[in-house]
Ligand binder design. Structure first.
Ligand SMILES: [Zn+2]
Length: 298
């Protein structure tokens, strides 16, 4: 007798940040000036929430603490639409640029404001620029000590700037002295004997679409969820242009108009859910909402 298996649900994730938070712009945008740039996050998040709702998908939104502080209503809207809020740090600082205690302080600040704004426990983390690299394993201890259940920062590829080549390519448990942390690595696929990134983001815009789709099909066939990611600014072709060199310009602005149609195709073909649902984490207990949601100048 043939058994019928429910199609695997892949993990849909969003790194919630503005176009001016991007790590590649750090040389031209100072953190202290962030508030002076025009915000574009409202429209992109609305578009994304609408796309996900139309396809019956839910996701995990790894959100900057800074965004929650400055745009609490946006974060609240995401949570009210049934999606999971998780942490992307507060100041979008690379983990491999921080000492453990600096990382802890940034992590705590993000968790506090996100939980305050969305009224639910935050239990997942994604490092800015996937910056938990070999040598940064201490970050897993800090995450466990600060009450996190899972991480989604490891990209099992070799690439300048990020990548943890030796990480397993499937969801797995990281065991540390302080406990066990679930790890949801970003999706990759094989290509002529090499392992290449196929998790979304810039790869969704710059790679042939067939590679991304093949990666998700492979994961579907093997019954293993793939972790996919996107940034709100990737759905915003009209975002202000910043004065950066041609390589950064090509990487950041190239193919922005392709994001939406390609995303719609993926949402139509595959099933997506949040990390918390995939990991069957208990539903977060509602917390008392902060007055900042109703009072903030948002
Ligand atoms: Zn980021």
């Amino acid at each position: 007798m043939t058994s019928v298996r429910a199609p695997v649900e892949h993990i849909f994730t969003v790194d919630v940040e503005e176009y001016f938070h991007v790590g590649a712009f750090e040389s031209v945008v100072s953190r202290k000036d962030w508030s002076s740039y025009p915000s574009r996050i409202d429209g992109s998040i609305d578009l994304l929430l609408d796309l996900l709702a139309r396809h019956g998908a839910t996701g995990t939104f790894f959100t900057l603490g800074w965004v929650a502080d400055h745009h609490p209503r946006v974060v609240r809207r995401i949570a009210q639409a049934g999606h999971e809020i998780a942490s992307h740090g507060y100041w979008h600082r690379r983990v491999d640029s921080l000492a453990p205690e600096e990382f802890r302080q940034d992590l705590r600040a993000s968790k506090a404001v996100l939980e305050d704004v969305c009224g639910a426990r935050v239990s997942g983390f994604r490092a800015p620029n996937f910056s938990i690299r070999p040598g940064c394993e201490w970050a897993f201890d800090v995450l466990l000590e600060e009450g996190f259940h899972y991480d989604s920062s490891l990209f099992p590829i070799r690439r300048p700037g990020y990548g943890y080549r030796a990480a397993p390519v499937v969801p797995h448990i990281i065991r540390r002295a302080s406990g066990a942390l679930c790890e949801l690595p970003l999706a990759t696929t094989g290509w002529h004997g090499a392992r290449i990134p196929a998790a979304g983001g810039a790869y969704l815009r710059h790679f042939p679409f067939s590679i991304i789709r093949r990666c998700l099909r492979e994961h579907t066939d093997s019954g293993i969820p793939a972790t996919f990611y996107l940034h709100p600014w990737e759905l915003d072709p009209d975002q202000p242009r910043l004065p950066v060199g041609w390589v950064t310009r090509a990487r950041h602005y190239g193919g922005l108009a392709r994001t939406r149609p390609r995303l719609e195709q993926l949402l139509a073909e595959f099933r997506f859910t949040s990390a918390a649902r995939c990991l069957k984490l208990p539903s977060p207990a509602p917390r008392t909402l902060s007055a900042r949601v109703s009072n903030a100048d948002d």
